[in-house]
Design a protein. Structure first.
Length: 362
């Protein structure tokens, strides 16, 4: 594993100890600095290069699914699973098994917690593979993941997993996706206690992508549909959902996409490359912007945004979605990577090595 510098050094060869930058060289430095993640910080993108090895608390391999940051508790959480049971949380330097007593207890609700969402005020919902039909579908924490005393039910009795969770501030709604290819769908709730089935039955989405401004738009994508067209669901109120087909070039896989306020586009990766759309209103609204990347049906295909910065799960970043530079080498490794709007984590499925990079300061 190695970290690559995103910018070339403007200084000439033969640089001497007391030589100063020329005006042209200083302009080059400033141009590079202006391309920082938030578009205004006059610094290099060193925040992307702070990959840090974190020590997991247990000697079990982990398959990481959800990377979450809870602002009030200033705590990172990485939820996933291993061969026994495993929901991990990241407190800045070490992983702890949530049901080990360090950070509350998610069992016996779930075998693996693979979906989570935070409202930024200390409330976190977690869901995943259910242990039994009678255990409910979600667990709730109101103290940033320290304790999980409340069980929430979506109102169904089946044991299918909760695939995705989201909080939509502009609508004041929680969203959940639950079910299998033939049952379930998208649920919404304003209070986390009462959930209503809204749409998407027959093909529950794997990911939610939220645009809060300039007007609320939520798209819900499925990870993979074999032998059929790849559709996504779109809503402006979280209640009424419209089914729309991706362009045929996307292929039969899509990733965890993102919305970038700074760039004004939705981004999603598929087997055919990276596509973007300003409003995701139709098949025709999507355009191919990068055909060099073939997204796989894994979280390594995810794309996250922070300011003008886009980051994707194969270790590359971009400021426009078209031109990408390498931040983390993943070739010839067994790294399992996922990104989110706040950061990026890499874990080895066959070991306990975990690396975390922060895209925001805390």
């Amino acid at each position: 594993m190695s970290l690559g510098a995103p910018f070339t050094d403007p200084k000439p060869l033969g640089w001497s100890l007391f030589e100063v930058l020329t005006s042209a060289q200083m302009s080059a430095v400033n141009a590079n600095a202006a391309a920082a993640a938030d578009g205004s910080a006059w610094s290099d993108v060193s925040i992307l290069k702070n990959w840090k090895y974190a020590t997991p608390g247990l000697p079990n391999p982990m398959s990481q699914r959800t990377l979450l940051y809870d602002a009030p508790s200033r705590r990172w959480m990485v939820l996933g699973g291993n061969t026994a049971t495993g929901e991990y949380t990241y407190n800045g330097s070490k992983y702890f098994l949530i049901n080990s007593g360090n950070f509350g207890d998610l069992s016996p609700l779930m075998v693996h917690a693979t979906a989570a969402a935070s409202n930024g005020m200390g409330v976190i919902l977690a869901g995943g593979d259910l242990a039994s039909a009678g255990t409910g579908h979600l667990k709730e924490s109101t103290d940033g993941g320290v304790t999980w005393p409340t069980v929430r039910s979506l109102g169904t009795s089946d044991t299918n997993a909760t695939a995705a969770l989201a909080w939509v501030p502009s609508l004041g709604l929680w969203l959940a996706s639950q079910g299998a290819p033939t049952i379930g769908g998208i649920y919404s709730s304003s209070d986390r206690a009462t959930w209503t089935l809204r749409g998407g039955a027959g093909s529950p989405p794997t990911h939610f992508v939220v645009r809060n401004s300039p007007s609320p738009i939520v798209i819900a994508t499925t990870l993979q549909i074999v032998g059929g067209s790849l559709n996504y669901f779109r809503s402006t109120d979280g209640i009424t959902w419209t089914t729309i087909a991706f362009p045929s070039g996307v292929g039969n896989t899509t990733s965890q996409g993102c919305w970038s306020d700074a760039l004004g586009f939705f981004y999603v990766g598929g087997a055919g490359g990276i596509y973007r759309s300003a409003d995701a209103s139709s098949t025709a609204s999507w355009s191919l912007i990068d055909s060099t990347w073939s997204g796989a049906a894994t979280t390594a295909a995810s794309i996250a945004s922070f300011g003008r910065l886009l980051m994707r799960g194969d270790g590359k970043a971009s400021f426009d979605g078209a031109s990408w530079f390498k931040v983390l080498d993943t070739e010839n490794t067994d790294l399992f990577i996922a990104s989110s709007p706040v950061g990026m984590a890499a874990a080895r499925a066959s070991s306990v090595e975990v690396y975390v990079s922060q895209m925001i300061g805390n």
